[in-house]
Design a protein around this ligand. Sequence first.
Ligand code: HC0
Ligand code: SF4
Length: 574
Amino acid sequence: MITLTINGRHIDVEDGTSLLEAAKTAGIHIPTLCHYPGLPAHAVCRMCLVEIEGTQNPQPACRTLAKDGDVVTTDSEALTAFRKADAEWLLARHPNDCMRCEVNGACQLQRLVHENQWEERWPKTPAGAVTASEELSCDHTSPSIWRDLSKCIECGLCAEVCGDSVQNQNVIGFANRGFDRRPVTVFDVPLSQTNCISCGQCTLVCPVGALIEAPHWHEVLRTLDAHRRVSVVQVAPATRIAISEEFGLESGTVSTGRLINALRLLGFDYVFDTNFAADLTIMEEGTELLSRLEAGTELPLFTSCCPGWVNWVELNRPDLLPHLSTTKSPQQMHGAIAKRGRFARSLGPDFADGKAEPYVVSVMPCTAKKDEAQRPGVSGDVDHVLTTRELARMIRSRGIPFGALSEDGQFDSPLGESTGAAQIFGASGGVMEAMVRTAAHFKGVEHDLPLEWEALRGVREGVKTATIPGVGTVAVCNGIASAQRMLEDETWREDYVAIEVMACVGGCLGGGGEPKSMDPQILQKRAKAIYSVDAKAPRRRSYENADVQALYASELGAPNSPTAHHLLHTHYAA
Ligand code: HC0
Ligand code: SF4
């Protein structure tokens, strides 16, 4: 332990603690715009400069380690004046469009200016006009990610998370120096022409609105307001937990009922559960795995429900495409069933003869799901995809008191029932654990095997494995970088029969569309909540879902039947 003084307070911290963290332990707040837990400190925003007795110049608190005996000041007049000038310099080159900015209310630059009531230094833009810098720097070519470099404050977090620190994609990097320093793509081409996999991790760490999810919520709200179409919404497993954070509820609070009530208040006619389709996915994908095992071909089977991973394979390793499961993701399956199944036909004659179809929206913790909804082979199943953050904006914009809503909301039937196996899809390892539970049933060995597979769980581990008697060894790659590492040698071909890959660390609960959080334990808290829903579920194996059984009996026949293939499977582009 070392002892130092910050603003006159004695503080004991572990050796190796930064001044920023040391101050935090004593409840002393030092502003910063470029710090993000878990990523290396770059000290580029200069907001966290502090004075250390005996040191000539102020030092960045994020990158300076506390030393025994340090005497530190965080709030001198000189520091305050510097921070104000720093903010004004940032504002001088920042567009004056906070009122319509997607991250209005969640932007850290805005918060800092607001908190300190620093003077506005924006160039005055006439209403409706587009500044030259906006015109040059907006990139809306990706179906998932929008960039507006005129808002960039050069914190470097996007390049860090997209690069070696987390995702290992290196789509974004820094170019130029000084005033022209900018995060650019290779050769500065639009994002749609890069190897971006749409994971959205860059939008999660961006402290301003320079990188955001391609927004769909304005159009969804317009469609709901007009109320011309029958509207259907489906909700992903991870969203019902993380959305609580947007409204001040404790992290890890399960808000399924509140969320259903909020969606009804927004005007959706039917509120369904993506988890229903997750159970259906297991029936299809589990059967696909057993068929491949019998035939001894295209093994190991890779899961295909993560669109970031599917994008990565198509862009980087098309030779692996035959290994991807052809089963559609739960999002797309749910859309296909809602639009073209018995439910749609029950809505009236126009729906029955195909002249009309319901308007289908999904709420996902993922930005790549926007991209997925437009893929050849599934496009049309889902009309718009909202991230968890976008839904929170909609709820706020309509003044719905989310935290005060009752937890009694219930999904509509018949596309709303689900099992605990579907709920764990939202955590890394969950799809594989769910598949193991049902594959064990198909093989007639479920009663000899445990229901819970701890070896496949965990939100920080890289590659997790378990050996399932009667099936083989399965693996889980937690994050795209761990999959890339696994693929570096060829042993995976022999070692495993099935491999789950989720592009984001933690799985969907760490998705690029989730609420922004500075809590280093946030993934663990969300995962704990997900597994608690499973533990309390009355049915915990996908094949036990009564609505899924009824769907097979009435419409699909058996898993992997020709009708099931037509509605529930897809193909990939080499
Ligand atoms: Fe997921 Fe899904 S589990 S990808 O993370 O498979 O986005 O939550 O909705 O589709 O079910 C995301 C989460 C889903 C899908 C499901 C799968
Ligand atoms: Fe990189 Fe993912 Fe952002 Fe694309 S979406 S730029 S791959 S972090």
